[in-house]
Design a protein around this ligand. Structure first.
Ligand code: OOG
Ligand code: MG
Length: 256
């Protein structure tokens, strides 16, 4: 597809996010390849970076069966995290500008080094210098949270905000930790970390392959969200969300 058209889609998604008004799916009118979709995402993120923030990491999406089934897609995707998306642990997040925000229990990695190659199961963990419990707040800019894979990639994979608990040593075994998401202190969903790509580190391996394919270099210090262990839960109307990852720690956010 022509570059000027991709730029129009990026501008459309950017204004939907800024105004908190849902827009129509691109693919209802225009066929979009996966490469086109990542190009729209790149343009959308650079508009955001020009205004505020800097790229501070990547998130991996649809790494669990629960998420794939919830959203009707079957491939792993990535999106960009910018510094203005981060909410401090126990901090307050405004949903005034959000369209239909949802929250997800996640695990985050911090990279020790640049990665510009496809990681192997043997090498992946050595590129990580810390691990933290996390929550991602997603918000689709599309009406009714409905999209195709290409639409959601273009929309920066529904990225909105994220919150991290304390960083812990990368030597902690995160293969099968119980993850409990609470909304207003009530248990909402429970999952296990192995529901994230079989093991959260596999999300990083899959991400490294996608990044090579789409010309993105993972940078030392970047935060990598490995993907939700459970379905995402709507948070409009809630005042607090928290996630406990047994053996790793807790993370919480206040919503208003
Ligand atoms: C796309 C983002 C998916 C995850 O953790 O699987 C995601 C969406 O569901 O709108 O962040
Ligand atoms: Mg997520």
């Amino acid at each position: 597809m022509l570059q000027p058209e991709l730029e129009i889609f990026a501008a459309m998604l950017d204004s939907a996010a800024q105004n908190g008004i849902a827009t129509s799916q691109i693919t209802l009118q225009h066929p979009l390849s996966i490469d086109d979709a990542y190009e729209v995402q790149r343009r959308l993120v650079s508009k955001r970076v020009e205004r505020t923030g800097r790229i501070c990491g990547l998130k991996v999406g649809f790494t669990s069966k629960a998420k794939m089934i919830q959203m009707g897609v079957d491939q792993v995707i990535f999106g960009h995290l910018t510094s203005d998306m981060q909410i401090q642990n126990s901090g307050r997040m405004s949903v005034a500008q959000a369209i239909h925000p949802r929250i997800e229990p996640e695990i985050a990695f911090r990279l020790a080094e640049d990665v510009d190659y496809v990681l192997s199961p043997e090498s992946a963990l050595s590129t990580v210098d810390a691990i933290a419990p996390a929550m991602e707040i997603i918000d689709s800019r599309y009406k009714d949270f409905q999209f195709t894979l290409q639409d959601v990639i273009a929309d920066n994979s529904s990225s909105s905000h994220f919150v991290l608990g304390d960083w812990r040593p990368a030597t902690i075994d995160v293969s099968s930790l119980r993850m409990t998401l609470r909304i207003d202190e009530q248990p909402a969903l429970t999952g296990y970390s192995h529901e994230i790509s079989g093991h959260p580190i596999n999300s990083l391996i899959d991400l490294s392959a996608l990044a090579v394919q789409h010309g993105v270099v993972l940078k030392a210090g970047w935060i990598i969200l490995a993907g939700a262990a459970t379905e995402a839960v709507p948070i409009a109307g809630a005042t607090k969300a928290s996630c406990s990852v047994a053996g790793l720690g807790d993370v919480e956010v206040y919503v208003r």
